[in-house]
Write a protein that binds this ligand. Structure first.
Ligand code: ADE
Length: 220
């Protein structure tokens, strides 16, 4: 898979893809991640990428030209273009699975007060990572890349995906490790029983209990 990230702040990504599982996925050629500063595509003599909004209002708005030209330069037949914006549709695990089967993603990070509405015409998806407003799309882009790359074949054990929260619309069951008693809190007896059927049932019940408590909306 290839992922191009269009950003005005490529240094925000320093370190994020250079550690742990994502680094290993990059080093083993499972994913190629390119940071593209779309300011370099601006035809403005001063490489301007934003302007004041028509109709008035606070802040600056990203203009069409640099982003249009940058996407045109990168886009291939099989590319999917994703725009990150707080007014996009909510990003869910289901979409992470969907994107993990794609060959080429182009992710556009918005910034400032927003972007010219016409930029949406070159995007396949408008996504939000949650009901809060961040200073730009860079952190959402990191969230997307991390959640997608971990699903690529051979990046982590496939069994881990099946246990993930949101697989089957349920939250993950609680897990424990040694020691058996810590500060008076004991590991549930059933997990020590060696009875795999009982353990499976316990975990299923706990997943349902936790989902009811923390995310009843998932059960609707
Ligand atoms: N840009 C700013 N806030 C965002 C959010 N919540 N999701 C996606 N992009 C954003």
């Amino acid at each position: 898979m290839k992922i191009d990230i269009l950003t005005l702040f490529p240094h925000m990504f320093d370190g994020v893809f250079e550690e742990s599982i994502i680094k290993r996925a990059v080093d083993t050629g499972k994913v190629e991640i390119n940071l593209v500063n779309f300011r370099e595509f601006s035809l403005d003599p001063h490489h301007k990428v934003d302007d004041t909004p028509y109709g008035g209002g606070a802040g600056m708005v990203l203009t069409c030209q640099p982003i249009f030209d940058c996407v045109k330069a990168l886009k291939k037949e099989n590319s999917k273009v994703i725009l990150l914006t707080p007014s996009g549709i909510p990003y869910k695990q289901e979409k992470a699975y969907y994107f993990s089967n794609e060959k080429h993603l182009i992710i556009i990070c918005g910034h400032y007060e927003g972007f010219d509405e016409r930029i949406k015409s070159i995007c396949d998806f408008e996504l939000s990572i949650g009901d809060y407003v961040l200073t730009g799309g860079e952190i959402p882009a990191m969230v997307l890349v991390d959640s997608i790359v971990r699903l690529l074949p051979g990046v982590i054990e496939e069994e881990s995906h099946i246990q993930d929260s949101f697989h089957n619309q349920l939250l993950d069951y609680p897990t424990y490790t040694k020691p058996r008693i810590y500060e008076g809190m004991e590991v549930p007896e059933v997990l020590l029983s060696g009875d795999h059927k009982k353990i499976e049932e316990y975990r299923q019940q706990e997943s349902i209990r936790l989902t009811k408590e923390n995310r009843p909306d998932l059960l609707d």
